[in-house]
Design a protein around this ligand. Sequence first.
Ligand code: 5GP
Length: 206
Amino acid sequence: MKDLLPKGVRVQGERGIAFVIAGPSGAGKSSVISALLSRDPRLVFSVSATTRPRRPDELHGRDYYFLSEEEFDRLIAQGELLEWTTYQGYRYGTPKAEVVDRLKDGLDVVLNVEVHGARAIRAAGLGFPVVLIFLVPPSWEELVRRVRSRGTESEEALAERLRIARAEIQCIPEFDYLVVNDALPEAVARVEAIIQAERMRIIRCA
Ligand code: 5GP
């Protein structure tokens, strides 16, 4: 296809793109991302570092790098994190290598972060396109139901997640796309449509 393009034009998908998926607790970010990764070999997941304890269904190196406070401190001190934040008393951060090295290899990177992380990744000036996607449940009522049904946390922690969710929703104007997750297959298809469209975007280079 390249041989028929006029001079000074390329499609965005020739190079790596970062797709940042944010959204409140209960939006279903992890489920949507797992489905995306299983269907598209060009997508790779940016595994974050965290000081949160591992949940029974999670794997070190696949879902997160589960680190001690000291190990996390070291990553910050060595400048190895693209961004990091504190969420419900635990620290979460994006290792630079997870994102930058893969984008340079021409892969598309998917990130699961909260809103401050999304903002910071866009502001980081990676030299690669960053697409911000905000995922929401179909209603506030459904969000509360999903957060409750997780059942892994205390009432206090649940209330805190809801408070954070309310604040996160206020950040929607900073995002490029809003995807409603009413049913997983539809939500996955919507995000895939965004990914396809962004890869086909025409870039005019001088
Ligand atoms: P959880 O503990 O439920 O896995 O994640 C809590 C929150 O931290 C979620 O909103 C998730 O998107 C966010 N998160 C996970 N990894 C990162 C990261 O590397 N950076 C930022 N800023 N947020 C993260």
